[in-house]
Design a protein. Structure first.
Length: 157
């Protein structure tokens, strides 16, 4: 069996840098590198910021939907919610009709925090959009959505 150059297994693989998982990770890191100074300044982790953004966008929602929308695993969400609740940014109320479900939302302080922090985030995003172009960002997002739809459809079979 002929081995590809640099392959110790004998299986031909694409150059790591040109694989979809690595390319997506590299792109995420490059984008997040722009946001991390802001997050440090406002005392938020990336995960906390995602939770706050989703709650600001959705309003009241349950933990399952929040975890899915913020791309956070349930055990991590529990820890993040504890921290955000201690900071006075998030509150939870039992859902009417189902006391097991917790409906989560931003508090008035959480909304005020987002109102103050969001312009800086939007400015950073605008800088990325300026560097790349709005059309290119929309094409990337559309392509990623198509990828997700196809992969999820295939997995559902």
């Amino acid at each position: 069996m002929k081995r590809e150059p640099g392959s110790s297994t004998g299986f031909a693989l694409a150059q790591t840098r040109r694989t979809l998982p690595i390319a997506l990770l590299r792109a995420r890191e490059a984008v997040m590198e722009r946001f991390r100074p802001m997050l440090r300044d406002i005392g938020m982790t990336e995960q906390q910021w995602r939770v706050m953004r989703v709650l600001a966008e959705l309003g009241e929602t349950d933990a399952t939907e929040l975890a899915a929308q913020a791309c956070i695993l349930a055990p991590s969400l529990t820890r993040i919610l504890r921290t955000l609740t201690e900071r006075g940014f998030v509150t939870g109320n039992r859902a009417s009709g189902d006391a097991r479900r917790l409906q989560l939302s931003l508090t008035a302080d959480g909304l005020r925090f987002m109102t103050e922090a969001s312009p800086r985030s939007a400015q950073i995003y605008a800088g990325i959009e300026s560097d790349l172009g709005g059309d290119q960002i929309h094409q990337l997002l559309d392509g990623i959505e198509r990828l997700l739809e196809r992969l999820e459809a295939r997995q559902a079979r």
